[in-house]
Write a protein that binds this ligand. Structure first.
Ligand code: LMR
Length: 340
């Protein structure tokens, strides 16, 4: 694990300027009077398992880049929080210690409020709608909103729609009263859980299984692929099929690193990323459905289907969260997304 404690604070106070400390592992040593060719390493840590939409897309990106630039560019993918958690990876990227991230859009609160739109409950009914928004001018603008803070956005990757899991069937929001819910680092998600009478606890993904197992928390929300691959279904007897929110990723590089790449390499890596993005986003829904089936077949967790009436009570109970964050997110941006 990287020790990033010393950097903590700079990013929170906004005093950070984008300085890439180590851009890449570069060659350049003299060899018989010839400069050896420069090589580039893209360190890319993330927190989900290799079989998830993000895990597979990251591997696909690595394959494509290394096929295109053999012995010249290496992509080192570190899945499952092996190298660091998301919080630390935000700091490591801004300081140029790593070169690439794909962090959940929910986890950028301390850097921008613009991504909060993706956390509004029941705003996006499915991935097709999210994709239409991300491809629109309002969505594409979001790729650049934090480039001055050391995060140049290159793509959005999908995971999928979120489901709640808990110790009992939560057919209505009133069943969630008083339960401790793990959430990602997001004020919108905090407000969402408060709206249903729950007690929100921000926590890194890697700590959730144990917290559920020991009873430190009672419930959580996540996609099918994360519920399955992180084994939450083993310690949560009920998963409610609510599809109440979205998890997707902001794929970003350190701008100084990016601009330091020779043009042909930068273009080639960007092409590989675009290809991997299209490939991954096209199968994220199916990966989540397979994970859902695996949870159902496990016999460890019961899937609770909610009827339209029950779902509309969830929707109405969470609706005030939209108004609560309207000023921060921008009424126009919300209206553009809702119109889709
Ligand atoms: C989470 O923390 O639950 C998610 O951000 C995990 C992920 O990256 O999909």
């Amino acid at each position: 694990m990287y020790n990033l404690k010393k950097f903590r604070g700079a990013i929170r106070t906004g005093s950070l300027t984008a300085t890439a400390m180590v851009l890449c592992a570069c060659g350049g040593a003299m060899d018989g009077g010839q400069m050896a060719e420069e090589t580039y390493v893209i360190k890319f840590p993330h927190v989900t398992a290799p079989g998830t939409p993000k895990g597979r897309t990251a591997e696909r990106f690595k394959e494509l880049v290394e096929e295109r630039f053999p012995d010249k560019v290496t992509v080192e993918v570190y899945p499952s929080s092996q190298l660091m958690n998301d919080d630390d990876s935000l700091e490591a990227l801004a300081f140029g210690e790593i070169q690439m991230i794909a962090v959940s859009l929910s986890k950028f609160d301390r850097l921008t409020q613009a991504f909060q739109i993706f956390d509004l409950p029941f705003l996006f009914p499915d991935l097709t709608t999210v994709e239409a928004f991300q491809a629109s001018p309002a969505g594409q603008d979001l790729l650049n909103v934090i480039s001055d803070k050391g995060f140049l956005g290159l793509a959005f990757w999908h995971n999928g729609m979120k489901q709640f899991s808990g110790p009992m069937p939560l057919r209505l929001p009133e069943n969630a009263e008083g339960l401790k819910f793990r959430i990602m680092e997001s004020d919108v998600l905090q407000a969402q859980v408060q709206a249903i009478g729950g007690n929100p606890q921000k926590m890194a993904l890697g700590e959730v299984y144990q917290a559920l197992q020991t009873g430190a928390i009672d419930a959580q929300e996540n996609t099918w692929s994360n519920i399955f691959s992180s084994k939450f279904f083993e310690v949560q007897p009920y998963v409610m099929e609510t599809n109440h929110g979205y998890i997707g990723y902001f794929v970003a590089v350190n701008p100084d690193f990016w601009l330091s790449l020779p043009t042909d390499i930068r273009t080639g890596v960007e092409d590989a990323l675009n290809e991997a993005t299209a490939w991954g986003n096209a199968q994220s829904e199916e990966i989540n459905q397979t994970a859902r089936n695996n949870v159902a077949e496990s016999g460890r967790s019961e899937i609770v289907n909610l009827n339209d009436e029950e779902l509309s009570v969830w929707r109405e109970t969470m609706a005030p969260v939209w108004q609560q964050f309207e000023d921060q997110i921008g009424a126009e941006r919300i209206a553009a997304a809702a119109a889709l």
